[in-house]
Write a protein that binds this ligand. Sequence first.
Ligand code: GLU
Length: 294
Amino acid sequence: MPVVARQSPVFRFAPSPNGPLHLGHALSALLNRDMADAANGRLLLRIEDIDLTRCTPEFERGILDDLDWLDIAFERPIRRQSEHFDAYAQALERLKMLDLVYPAFMTRGEVKTHVAAYEAQSGKPWPRDPDGSPLYPPLDRQRSDGERAALLAAGAKHAWRLDMECAAPHGGSGLGWMETGDSATGRLPADPRQWGDVVLSRSDAPSSYHLSVTVDDALQGVTHVVRGLDLFHATSVHRLLQVLLDLPAPVYHHHRLILGPDGRKLSKSLGDTGLKTLREEGASTSDIRRLVGL
Ligand code: GLU
């Protein structure tokens, strides 16, 4: 009988080179390495640089230096999202064919004005997503095909958004994911509707975080996604996109966040918890492990 090799687990660390890495990233990267080792698995590094205005090669070099210093080995070649816009475009094309996306013409400023006017007039809060951003108003979703075609033909700047009302039912009532992280564990229900019509590509960025992360996890054969709890709710969108694009679902592990002295999530502008600063101040890699509670 032929022996079928069991596929080894695949983990990935996926930082965005839009600032220096901090202790929160160290926890994520070290945990990915530890979990991959414990599972006899592989660890990939993916540079999430679709935001061409904020990501720089210098920040990418800084990430590689920090990981090197932390002695975190990962497989090469590194996948850089900016080199794979065609893969995300193909996925978007498929969603267009399924009639699950629409061109969205409102700028961020127009959305803000629309929301403020509604709240002032009605005295009611406009619905917001788990990150606190207002859901995209339904105006563009309700346009006729003719109106859309005319706006597109006139060259109106637009993003492509998922039509959540049409897309969500494709997930079925049992949409969920397997979670092993630091909050709830087990099979958890996904609720993509709470995000409204998420953006999948913008006129100035050919793919969005949600689209590219979903496509890449599948293309790279990622079986275990280990990332911070700040991305816990985003998993609902990723699960729906996986169903729509016919992609496999990894197991998810959302880990605790490292908080700053003010009790807030670390940000890339907090220099004092930056890995480079800590390294220059003489911290050792075991100090970093201790600082992040590993
Ligand atoms: N690129 C994202 C970040 O730096 C992480 C994406 C993910 O792990 O899914 O926050």
